[in-house]
Design a protein around this ligand. Sequence first.
Ligand code: SF4
Ligand code: MG
Length: 333
Amino acid sequence: RPPALQLQDVTKHYQVPGGVVRSVDGVSLTVGAGEIVGLVGESGSGKSTVGKMAVALARPTSGRVLVDGVAVSEMSRRRLRPLRRSFNIVFQDPGSSINPRMTVGQAVAEPLRVYDVVPRNATRARVLELLDLVGLPSHVAGRHPHELSGGQRQRVSLARALAPGPTLLVADEPTSALDVSVQASVLNVIADLQRDLGFACLFISHDLSSVEYLADRVAVMYLGKIIEVTESDALFRRPLHPYTEALLSAAPIPDPEVQRTRRRVLLSGELPSPIHPPSGCAFHPRCPLATDLCTTSAPPLRPVSTVDGVAHVACHLVTDDGIRPSLLGAPAA
Ligand code: SF4
Ligand code: MG
């Protein structure tokens, strides 16, 4: 099977009064069939734009997007329409994707009808199956969205997104608008559904613990570029890029073993403007390890072999064996 998603040197630039925003700037990323790839980064790093391009809700300025081997970025809207059943997205705000006048049952039946997924007389049964899959009781079918909790609404949008049987699901911060107490249960639903249905998932989040829980691999974005892609276990155990290490060190870690070996690396400064990104390595104004080379030369994303396997990282100071100087003791930038 072809990969579920391939981004090939994709850029997305917006014209704004002050110049050009390079929201996404040369991103290449593959999500294999049935694989979960986490996409992390601060807000403004471009990860939501990548998600929209992955499901053809935004067109790249350059580069190509392929879903199941098909170049969706080059298709007309009309030719795209029937293909849309194979890729879908759920957003942070579960209310926005559900028509408030429809009952839950009608809302879940809609994609089944649009894509002719099951015969008309089997729609009702399939709706109840889908509700059951996302952990909702059948009586919810008669309710309206406003009668549901945020967690229940997100389950309904998952049921809608999965109704046509997509091979790729993009989830953009699917739990960050929810109460902390229900976030874990919605993540569990996504994990269970993925295991049972086998779709591939691009899981976009700034919440590292949910990415660690769900993802097979993790890509880290900074100012429109991917700066590290690594197997999830390896990334959380031994981040290679200084930015990844700083991100991880700022997040709470449930594992006390890891907590002991990891000290906080403070990131100074804000994310710079994507209209005027810094020269060389865009992270250099905030990097405790930056050298003169970093201010003039942009490090390419390149493969390195570590004890954990092959990783991809964009940093001048990481050796081909995946070793770089420690951030601890480095002067704060
Ligand atoms: Fe820091 Fe230089 Fe590596 Fe960029 S290339 S992350 S500035 S050490
Ligand atoms: Mg976002």
